[in-house]
Design a protein. Structure first.
Length: 47
């Protein structure tokens, strides 16, 4: 199975939005995840 990982420092905004968009675009055919090297709480401006 193919997979995509969006990685950034905080995983609080852009990478999570990219994960959501990729999940919508690719559906269940591709595993999509996001992660951070120093994760923090989600940025409320990203919601």
């Amino acid at each position: 199975m193919k997979s995509i990982l969006f990685l950034c420092v905080a995983n609080s905004a852009r990478s999570q939005m990219a994960e959501g968009l990729a999940r919508k675009l690719f559906g269940p055919d591709i595993t999509v995840q996001s992660a951070g090297s120093n994760p923090s709480a989600i940025n409320p401006n990203a919601i």
